[in-house]
Design a protein around this ligand. Structure first.
Ligand SMILES: Nc1ncnc2c1ncn2[C@@H]1O[C@H](COP(=O)(O)OP(=O)(O)OP(=O)(O)O)[C@@H](O)[C@H]1O
Ligand SMILES: [Mg+2]
Length: 413
């Protein structure tokens, strides 16, 4: 990517769709989307590629489409990881701060101390060998036993304590996804938990008051909980919109593509929003002509499954014991958030404010329902531009194997 601008690319490998975003930073905290590309996801199950070849082709297709739209060639891409294998844990670490050489009676906490205490936390965390820590998020610092310190750097203190939250995923999941990307002649920049990246569209006030972000995808529903300005819990439940489609397929004896169409056009998960006489055309499997079906029958199939997904989310909230912290309510994103009635259903169940999670404040993006499924990919790009503004016109190192693949990609185009 030789643009001379702060440009980053992000990749969200979903179970339904693979999405790529190329974006640039226009202001301190504002980005503009330059290009987007998508391809149907093939060969992914529970976050793990089950068949690597179709997955590589899907990644390749999405990257090429985004490159074409942006007029920029992608060398490095920031990868999002999500799915059911996510685990989170908490640990405490402490450090005795070295004395100030000028005045041995005092000790000043510096960035190096902060780094050391976080390194200690990471080292003390007994993550199973097959897991990789994706994020190490400080929750709270204590300076000489005084609680609630947000940033200890610059304070005087003898002892620095830190409570840290770890988010980990299986190493093999990350390596397999990386391999899919590298086989398309693109290097993987950073690896980020997708829900953490999507959280950049939550406001600081929401994160302070307490908010639950739900990403209802095809195969999973990812959740992340923020309170007091920190991440308190993250998890993923292995159920999403694909389960609803498959219920419709069985209940209405219709092909999956037709089930998906009727879900998107007439689906609703709150029976209170449907009139008794609402009907629509449906093509049954093997049927010659379309027939009429009732929207309320469709809702009877969809609503229990959606409630089951919300039950699983609620169970996670109980595990984290943080249900009471959601002062700012719930934000729902991902393609599944487009299902009619979901906001009302969630609002009633939790008696909390519930809103849709659009990628807010991003130039080149409208607050349209179709953007909900792009929130994670755009969030990944924003996260990358905030944290790793590396590609100011630098071309990354490309191996011989990458060149061969790149050539193949362009010949194929
Ligand atoms: N208009 C709509 N109404 C209802 N559901 C919809 C609508 N549009 C998309 N969906 C559903 O959203 C889901 C896909 O969402 P998304 O693209 O965010 O998933 P993904 O990122 O590919 O999957 P995952 O996050 O599980 O890996 C599908 O189950 C699809 O049926
Ligand atoms: Mg997704």
């Amino acid at each position: 990517m030789t643009t001379g601008r702060a440009v980053q690319s992000a990749l969200d490998i979903g179970h339904g769709t693979v999405r790529v975003i190329i974006a640039e930073r226009v202001e301190e905290d504002r980005i503009r989307v330059l290009g987007a590309g998508a391809a149907a996801s093939k060969g992914l199950s529970r976050g793990i590629p089950t068949n690597i070849k179709p997955m590589i082709l899907a990644v390749e297709e999405a990257i090429s489409a985004a490159e074409e739209a942006a007029g920029i060639e992608v060398d490095d891409i920031h990868l999002g990881v999500s799915g059911a294998e996510l685990a989170c844990a908490e640990t405490e670490s402490h450090l005795l701060v070295t004395r100030n050489p000028q005045d041995p009676r005092s000790s000043l906490i510096q960035t190096t101390h902060l780094r050391q205490v976080l390194e200690q936390a990471e080292a003390s965390q007994t993550v199973q060998i097959e897991r990789q820590i994706l994020h190490c998020l400080p929750q709270e610092f204590l300076v000489d036993g005084a609680e609630g310190v947000q940033n200890p750097v610059g304070l005087h203190g003898m002892r620095l304590d830190c409570r840290t939250h770890f988010l980990s995923v299986p190493v093999n999941t990350v390596e397999n996804l990386k391999r899919c990307v590298q086989r398309t002649a693109v290097n993987v920049g950073s690896v980020t938990l997708t829900s953490l990246a999507s959280s950049c569209f939550l406001s600081a006030d929401e994160k302070e008051l307490g908010v639950l972000l739900l990403d209802v995808g095809a195969a999973s529903t990812d959740l992340i909980l923020h309170a007091d300005g920190k991440v308190c819990h993250a998890a993923s439940v292995p159920m999403g919109g694909a389960a609803i489609t498959s219920d419709i397929t069985r209940a209405f004896r219709t092909p999956a593509s037709e089930a998906e169409r009727i879900k998107r056009s007439y689906g609703c998960c709150d029976h209170r929003l449907i009139r008794r006489d609402e009907r629509f055309d449906i093509e049954y499997a093997g049927g010659d002509a379309s027939e009429r079906a009732s929207r309320s029958q469709l809702c009877q199939v969809i609503q229990p499954r959606m409630e089951e997904i919300l039950d699983l989310v609620e169970r996670e909230l109980e595990i984290s014991n943080m249900r009471w912290m959601l002062g700012a309510g719930v934000v729902i994103t991902g393609g599944g958030a487009r299902l009619d009635g979901l906001l009302d259903l969630a609002r009633d169940r939790w008696s909390l404010p519930v809103r849709l999670g659009y990628p807010r404040g991003v130039m080149g993006v409208e607050a349209d329902p179709s953007m909900l499924e792009w929130t994670p990919a755009i969030g990944l790009a924003q996260h990358a531009l905030r944290n790793a503004p590396i590609s100011h016109g630098q071309k990354s190192k490309i191996t011989l194997w990458n060149w061969v693949n790149r050539l193949r990609r362009h010949v194929a185009l």
